[in-house]
Design a protein around this ligand. Sequence first.
Ligand code: BGC
Length: 759
Amino acid sequence: MNYKKISCALFFAALTVNGFSQSKPAPKSKMDQYISSLMSKMTLEEKIGQLTQYTSDMALTGPSIRAGYKDDIQKGLVGSIFNAYTPAYTRQLQEMAVKNTRLHIPLIFGYDVIHGHKTIFPIPLGESSSWDLAAMEKSAHIAGAEASADGLHWTFAPMVDIARDPRWGRVAEGAGEDVWLGSLIAKARVKGFQGDKYDGTSVMACTKHFAGYGFVQGGRDYNIVDVSQRTLVETILPPFKATVDAGVGSFMTSFNELAGVPSTANKWLLTDLLKKQWGFKGFVVTDYTAINEMVNHGNVANDKEAAEAALNAGVDMDMQGAEFARYTKQSVAEGKVSVKTIDEAVRRVLEAKYKLGLFDDPYKYCNEDRARTEIMSQANLDAARDIARKSFVLLKNYQQVLPLKKSGSVAVIGPLGDDKRDMIGNWSGAGDWNKAVSLTEGIKNVAGNSVQVTYAKGANITDDANILRQLNNSGGDISVEDPEKLLKAAKDVASKADVIVLAVGESQGMTGEAASRSDISIPESQKRLMREIYTLGKPVVLVLFNGRPLTLEWEDAHFPAILETWFAGTEAGNAIADVLFGNYNPAGKLTITFPRSVGQIPVYYGMKNTGRPASPENKYSSKYLDIPNDPLYPFGYGLSYTTFTYRRPVLDKTTIKTTDKLNVSVTVTNNGNYDGEEVVQLYIRDMVGSVTRPLKQLRGFQKVFLRKGESKEIKFTLTNEDLKFYDVNMKYTSEPGDFKVFVGTNSRDTQEASFKLTI
Ligand code: BGC
């Protein structure tokens, strides 16, 4: 026996994950009959064709292109095309499939509509900072509506990978570090993209990347993942399950291995768990050439074995790899893959096309009129501006430097101060950055003639030639100027202004896929600019643009006001100016911890105690010699122009049974000078468990609006479900004993109460 196979089997075999929901086979529906009849006419090649997806040459999101893919479409050897949009282009490709093939089966068109199609919304990490589920659902809904008007059926979103390593560039695409909040957001995004039904104005969603990609070692993209069973079931899997419950139409595998098995070959994950235990009815597509990459992983000897491993694990569609196309007919002849396996995959793919209405009308989503009127409509742009404002996090506002007065002069300084390309961020799909509003433009729009606005770039994004080369090789479009001249001009401009808005951070290409960084501070070229501006002694508002947590200790110590704006989308400049000038009072809260230094990573709010909790007096305690353990800005953190005070939380019982509800109430008062919103957060801690429990776990939040001077009693209800976890036997249950409840304005600043759970 092969040792490797035994150990992997053991790792996964012991796992039964919360949410067993296998349903009874339904009686044969109209759809089943239609698809059975169609499949009875299909040859094996045509079936394999349905399991094959290629990128068009319109846009590339990976390393390769299949020459002759259009011929393949016309031979009925392709089931799906991605990276192709516009009604005219998708119609042209669809006609090839529908008119020229024997069985006239339509193609399904996919695309990475990640945070907007043409109207671009904030990057997902930014949106998650709004803690506004309805807003996130709406943004996904608009993205889906625009995409479906532009010839698309399917988006490769949401990414639901919980991520706790800000070195990983793809933290930008997710909802941050928390499992509970991440699951709610995942659900909201699926509902938004798909709508209540596929009526031609929404798209099918795709939950990705299944699974564990957020835990790549060292934060290096595509790296291996090695986590415990407990981390897998407690932290990684719940958001995926949430999207199955929300009815997501498809799943994407992840590039990484998990316990030695690449996800694309993981039968436990794709078949036993996803399809059988969770009852997922949609289909599974690989990530871009993930089958081919198995040869590098080293779990198979060659491409043919890789294709067999993927099919036998439960993959239904091969993205761009052409491995099914190349080898599967032979594998079936050799008995390495059964016809039953192929049929099951084909059925799932055809069902998706049926549900999307493509058999009724293959051109249902090619609608020039809708594309003309609905894409980038004023209503969509207004929504983008609103959601952008909600995503900003006020990190510091010493002595109320913000909001700015609408008078006097403002100097906007920094390489991101009048930039459009970066505003729409990474993975901005079909977005046209020329249409984005830069910060300087936004300030002029919002402040009008009453404020004198000047601009100077001050520094290049980076002067690191190696990084610049990499960014520009992948479409970065970054121009570099003489740093000395830039700095001098900026100091001249800045010294004449009343207030300086310093716009610094990352360029969009420094985050997202294949954009890991070992140093997550602001690049040195901009640090130099910041130091020089600081010496002018003027009021400075730091406006940050970035797709990940940055290390900001120096900035926090030197500047009075810091506003985190991520990459806020098409309306970025307008939305930021709304906040800077007080037309909108910021209320965003971080969904991912900002460390003090890279050396602290991983650092997240839901950590556990050690046997030697940090103690300054005790050398032999768990701490660093050089920095504190706590982060610079904790999870849930974010300020407002007003201030909120909290009374102690009050529980209606001190002892509950598993069948009881526990009501928690807290009075929150707006005692500052502005009306404003606050995200009131509730955390729990299970004091003793059969396995150790995190120091805090988010179990409730409410975003409330309070007028200046107003108080409100905020109520939460906890049930036994909120107290459950995987016990020492991996059973999902609660355990009797003592619990704490914490309520507060972020995960650090809370007040507590206690209760007991009895059987
Ligand atoms: C990414 C996926 C994406 C796919 C298609 C891959 O490189 O990992 O998230 O959906 O490309 O563009």
